[in-house]
Design a protein around this ligand. Sequence first.
Ligand SMILES: [Zn+2]
Length: 226
Amino acid sequence: MKACMVKLGIFVAMVVLLFGLTTFGLSASADYSSPKDDIYLTLVNKDHRLPVGWEDKIELETAYNFQGEEFQVERETLRHFESLRDDLLLQGIDIELDSTYRTIDGQIDVWEWFRNEGYSDDYCFSHLAIPGFSEHHTGLAIDIGIIKDGVFINDNDEMIAEREIFAKIHERLADHGFILRYPPDRENSTGYSYEPWHFRYVGEEHAKFMTEFGMTLEEYLEMLPA
Ligand SMILES: [Zn+2]
């Protein structure tokens, strides 16, 4: 029944999207011949490696979190992260950068860190991307931590336990052009289990559509005209 409803939802979404594309065009993609040429819709997952020459397509900017840690983030992604953070601060929620752009060597370091901390191979393979296949290589993905009662929370299990705060954060993502990239129970589509802290910038129009219809980036891209 649930699978049936999801299929119906995707069908309705497809009709609405195709109607929107043919009738109005996508304003966000005005500069592109096809929505698939939009760099903000680039897919990097377990089956899709970072495109060759990616670094020449984006502009990275430097940002800092409250601890003075330095991060590199794609320009538009950073601008929208800042608007999301300001918006949430008005609601008393403090989100901070925890991990952003990573080089392939940086991803190798992540693997080493998890292994040194004693995480099992099973855990690593289901939670960590193989170097070259991490969305963090794009500069369009951001992992956040939250400051709660003066304490910085960035441990995966502790963040998953903060359901209420993360629900409020997730509600605001699409307005700022982000999607929750690895939603609960969608591992069959994304390849990853739930990560409430990992956001991906795709632009407001695409983010709102995917959020509205509960679609993953993989499902959305499959629907778009070539
Ligand atoms: Zn991440």
